[in-house]
Write a protein that binds this ligand. Sequence first.
Ligand SMILES: Cc1ncc(COP(=O)(O)O)c(C=O)c1O
Length: 366
Amino acid sequence: MEYKVREEVKKLSKYVAGKPISEVKREYGIDRVVKLASNENPLGTSEKVKKLIVELVSEMNMYPDASSYDFKEALSKKLNVTRDMIFCGAGSDSLINVICEVFLDKGDESIMAEITFPRYESNTILMGATPVKIPLKNNGLDIEAMVSAITDNTKVIWFCNPNNPTGGIFTKTEFDKVIGRIPKNVIIVMDEAYGEYVTSKDFPNSLELLKEYPNMIILKTLSKAYGLASLRFGYGIAKEEIVDYLNRVINSFDVNLFAQRAALVAIEDDDFIINVKEYNAREREVLYKSFKEMGLEYIHSEANFIMVNVNGDDKPIHEYLLRSGYIIRPGYLLDMPGWIRVSLGTKEQNIEFCDLLKKAIENRDK
Ligand SMILES: Cc1ncc(COP(=O)(O)O)c(C=O)c1O
């Protein structure tokens, strides 16, 4: 029997995730591999979460709470929102998908930066809608042009802040100038996957904005600063009516027992996050200094990764680093040829990475 694949699926290209450590070990026959490619937390996970996970093993035979009640209760108190304003999923990745399923139809448009997190585009295409991609300006989101691109067909506009892969932010001052022009029937997604790392004092306060803009959805993840990437836990905040629609589509048991209970403990461990943020800000400076010494341009980052211009072809740099046991994101896979994106690692890894980068460039240019 002939099977039929939807045309929208045929249009999708496969998402190329950061290479897993095991694959690089296998391919290059090396034992020690460091991954600085997926913006994971080099400091690991809160000790409180680790302890809890061990205790939960005896409950594995039971389905998790489909509503993640305890997590929502704790977060609602922390953020002063109602429980019904919170929705949870298996990573914010899955929630991006759900937002598209709820709001996008054939003929609709969703607006995003040309270089940003690729799941906005792929999930838009999957729904038969059209991604409208707006070029970056000064290596950051051109929020003015994004808002100006809104038409009657626009249903969703995606703001990734800080932007992945460029790492910078648009400020509150800049956002205040344009947000009022977004019609109330357009869903504004504020993807703040890296929000915990931001040190700028002028970062938009999306929770405050939500009070004035009920068409806003804020997305967060525990994969980055909280160090829980493998557990798959993302959440969002929006007005109750929107959350109610999203919850109709989110798979009931997407958030497993470990993820929801770990998330509950993780969001209460403020000391862990303060330490992560301080460490990250210090190491960003260390890397900036090394890049300056090497004469390399970089994009100022408010996240836990930095885009660096490698002054030429990034493919041989990527290859050299892989052979040396370091996985980074080459720019040619991110539509930024000539650049690489490196996630911040441990102090030792950052030093070793810079040494290797220098050698990789020398090797390419000799
Ligand atoms: C901007 C952005 N949003 C969302 C995600 C998805 O994260 P997760 O599905 O792990 O929550 C990522 C992951 O890299 C990201 O960079």
